[in-house]
Design a protein around this ligand. Structure first.
Ligand code: ATP
Length: 230
């Protein structure tokens, strides 16, 4: 499995948000690290087919973003994910499963498995409006996993979580295994230090560093050096 990104760019009317990014990703956890405005969300939204690039190409095992088969291989947790507060956790997953075209029995089976995986079995029948931020984000991961994605894109999944929720969430991401390509964005260095296989450092729309997380002993120092006073 391989995601190939070639010279990908996004020019907004007054801003070049992503500037000729080229990457080849194979299964593993990739931490996309960058300050606010670095271009992380724009890059991720192009990978998910929500935004059209102004230049370059994306291919997942030969499939282009516009192809239905590509979308079927994709799981996405957007930054501003909209939950339905009146739904219970399990109803939400059933509903999202239906939107993905899963037959009812399969959606229910998959929802049960995923609620267990993300530690929400006990809360499955509780309304989402009663969930904490961390619980909502775990439900967000569960919906992203409904279709057994080959490519999982998580946009700042730890934003707004308290330290305890953050640790729990990190454990969940780390457990997603090596079966798929997992791309996680954040500007919080400690979220990635223990879970990412590879760190991608993004600045001003470009990937300015790509390397194994294990090579960067002082990730925080490295990050501060790259971003200066930001
Ligand atoms: P954050 O961590 O704050 O979410 P980010 O790294 O995800 O930041 P993007 O949201 O991709 O960054 O934004 C990159 C740049 O593009 C920013 O300067 C932003 O202001 C600009 N930008 C984003 N969306 C638009 C848009 N629709 N029109 C014009 N400029 C935009």
């Amino acid at each position: 499995m391989e995601l190939v990104i070639r010279a990908l760019s996004k020019q907004y009317p007054h801003k070049l948000a992503v500037d000729r990014v080229s990457l080849t990703l194979t299964p593993g956890i990739y931490g996309l690290l960058g300050a606010n405005g670095a271009g992380k969300t724009t890059l991720m939204r192009m990978l998910c087919g929500i935004l059209h690039p102004t230049g370059g190409e994306i291919s997942l095992d030969g499939l282009g973003v516009a192809q239905e088969e590509y979308r079927a291989c994709l799981g996405y947790l957007p930054q501003d994910f909209g939950y339905y507060p009146g739904f219970t956790g399990e109803e939400f997953l059933w509903y999202m499963g239906a939107l993905k075209g899963l037959p009812k029995a399969q959606a229910r089976r998959r929802a049960k498995e995923l609620l267990e995986l993300v530690g929400l079995s006990q809360a499955a029948k509780g309304k989402i409006k009663t969930y904490s931020g961390g619980m909502k984000q775990r439900l967000g991961i569960a919906q992203a996993l409904l279709g057994h994605p080959k490519l999982l894109v998580l946009d700042e999944p730890t934003a707004g979580l308290d330290p305890k929720e953050r640790v729990r969430f990190r454990g969940l991401i780390a457990s997603l295994g090596k079966q798929s390509i997992v791309l996680v964005s954040t500007h919080i260095v400690s979220d990635l230090a223990h879970i990412a296989d590879v760190i991608l450092l993004m600045k001003d729309g470009r990937i300015i560093h790509q390397g194994p997380a294990s090579e960067i002993a002082d990730l925080e120092g490295f990050y501060l050096e790259a971003f200066g006073e930001e």
